[in-house]
Design a binder for this molecule. Structure first.
Ligand SMILES: NC(=O)C1=CN([C@@H]2O[C@H](COP(=O)(O)OP(=O)(O)OC[C@H]3O[C@@H](n4cnc5c(N)ncnc54)[C@H](OP(=O)(O)O)[C@@H]3O)[C@@H](O)[C@H]2O)[C@@H](O)CC1
Ligand SMILES: [K+]
Length: 506
């Protein structure tokens, strides 16, 4: 699914109206009917008090249509017009008239704080105050109304956007923003739904296809692409019957230090569970027995230092390299990374302490082969690219960093972003149980394994992040969030691949 800006969507709105020869009022009726259907499906005419707060633009117009449709089904509905301006939109006005024509309804105008209704925690609030037309923070009594709705404890459903939240630029966290429990949004998800600073305002969300012109939408450059099962399936390369382990690549994983061999174990297990043909581990000597005993499927080479990574194996040509987990940031580990980068032209994956070494020795960034993959979590990212003022600036900085060094950069989080120069992919699989020690080590193993199996680094990153999330979702369904350990994510990778190749009908 492609993520578009407010400007692109309102343009698509106009073009669709023209091409489909419908009026904007008909499009509003269609969009709002879909919202009504979702509510009706869930409430099944339950007589709970529904309070709809409508602005005076088209988002408010949507709210008025939903109000009318709910009333036709005999729901208990009160309508409040948040009368913040006299510039009422045409479609608002025609739907306002239609609503007033129903004799049971008396929409209440809110012009100041004294007009605020009482809101109880058992109310069901529909928020149609502002949508994608928001162009400045909510102010004055409108801001106070938003705060009041938030404090009420009532369930809040936002139409298109939580009111007060910008869709594609930063919103001041001190401004008043509806804290929605659920958002029903039109046509495409919006960028702010996925960013750590704003995602909590959105609650759970669902996208309603209001039928904007597909041909036109396809031509637009998206802000980002939301990775779906379909995209993951299109990247997947089935294994051929007529093949042997040499066809699936030889991965070298370089990392570990005294007390941190578990990270290498996790990365290697994940890599093997993701299907690479061969896996060699390059580690300090203290890890030799540990890994040979724990993971007989992997081969082990050691440097000459007992406790820290050092040097790089002579006369060794793997198909791909993965560096950093548990490696520490000692001078020896730095030299190990430098030696590795000087010896290879193939894209590498650098994670964890490898990223910290790069942050402390920025000159090494220039040695990264083109299309190498970096997998920082927010702390590591900050050390690499410097501080940012908000999530949108962060993303711009990551894009520039990716362009400058010609590399692929992940921004790990609840939604992991995969940034390849100007292109951004957002992953939607996974769950909060995966916020656990070693989860990142497993992810590195998955992506690096795909890289040596002939996937392009970008495909490996997109498919790897998606599969890592699916595997975590399988673990969560079996164990619950709290009990997930990183090794469970590696262990379920096989089922995650079975799920990937299953059609949805099956
Ligand atoms: N595009 C689509 O695909 C479809 C869109 N549809 C619906 O239309 C919605 C967009 O409607 P919209 O453009 O009329 O804007 P909306 O969000 O109702 O705001 C109204 C006006 O408020 C104003 N304003 C802004 N900020 C303000 C502030 N802080 N405080 C006070 N005033 C402020 C500003 O006007 P201004 O005062 O700046 O002239 C703005 O124009 C969209 O979210 C969806 O629900 C569907 O019906 C069909 C398909
Ligand atoms: K809204």
């Amino acid at each position: 699914m492609r993520i578009l800006t407010a400007e692109q969507l309102s343009e698509a709105d106009k073009i669709s109206i023209k091409k489909q020869q419908i009026s904007s009022e008909e499009l509003m009726e269609k969009a709002a009917s879909l919202v009504f259907k979702e509510i009706h499906n869930r409430l099944q005419t339950a007589q709970i008090p529904i309070k709809i707060f409508c602005g005076i633009g088209n988002n408010g117009g949507d709210g008025l249509v939903v109000a009318r449709l709910l009333m036709e089904q005999a729901y208990s509905v009160e309508v409040f017009i948040v009368n913040y301006s006299d510039k009422r939109s045409e479609d608002f006005l025609s739907n306002f008239q239609k609503l007033k024509n129903l004799d049971r309804v008396r929409p209440v105008l809110i012009n100041s704080e004294t007009d605020f209704p009482e809101i109880k925690s058992g109310d069901f609030i529909i928020d149609a105050i502002f949508g994608i037309g928001l162009n400045r923070p909510a102010e004055g009594w409108v801001a106070k109304l938003i705060d009041r709705l938030n404090e009420s404890g009532a369930f809040k459903l936002s139409i298109d956007m939580p009111s007060g939240l910008f869709s594609d630029k930063p919103t001041d966290p001190d401004s008043s923003i509806i804290h929605a429990d659920f958002t029903l949004s039109f046509q495409t998800p919006k960028m702010s739904f996925f960013l750590p600073e704003s995602m909590d305002y959105v609650g759970d969300f669902q996208i309603l296809d209001i039928g904007l012109d597909k041909e036109y939408l396809a031509k637009l450059k998206p802000q980002a692409v939301l990775v779906s099962k379909g995209i993951a399936q299109s990247l997947y390369k089935p294994r051929r019957k007529n093949s042997h382990k040499g066809d699936y690549g030889h991965l070298l994983i370089s990392g570990g230090s005294y007390g941190k061999m578990g990270s290498v174990n996790l990365t290697a297990t994940a890599a093997l569970r993701t299907g690479c043909g061969l896996c060699t581990l390059y580690i300090p000597r203290c890890g030799y027995e540990i890994l040979q005993t724990n993971l007989p499927e992997a081969m082990v080479l050691t440097g000459d230092d007992q406790d820290f990574l050092s040097g790089y194996p002579e006369d060794f040509e793997p198909d791909g390299l993965c560096f950093g987990m548990g490696a520490g940031t000692s001078d020896k580990a730095k030299t190990a990374l430098e030696d590795m980068l000087k010896r290879t032209k193939k894209p590498v994956l650098v994670d964890a302490d490898g990223l910290n070494i790069l942050s402390e020795n920025k000159e090494l960034l220039k040695l990264l082969p083109e299309n190498s993959v970096l997998t920082p979590h927010p702390g590591e990212l900050k050390r690499l690219i410097g501080q940012w003022t908000d999530d949108f600036e962060k993303l711009e900085k990551v894009k520039k960093f990716s362009q400058k060094y010609k590399i692929i950069v992940l921004v790990k989080g609840a939604y992991t972003f995969i940034v390849n120069r100007e292109e951004v992919y957002i992953n939607n699989s996974g769950n909060p149980g995966m916020a656990t020690a070693g989860s990142g080590d497993v992810l590195s193993g998955v992506i690096a394994s795909l890289m040596v199996q002939g996937y392009s680094p970008l495909s490996a990153a997109v498919l790897g992040v998606y599969q890592h999330g699916v595997s975590g979702d399988i673990a969560a369904s079996e164990k619950g969030y709290e009990a997930i350990m990183a090794s469970d994510i590696a262990a379920n990778m096989g089922i995650a691949f079975l799920r990937l190749t299953e059609s949805d009908e099956a």
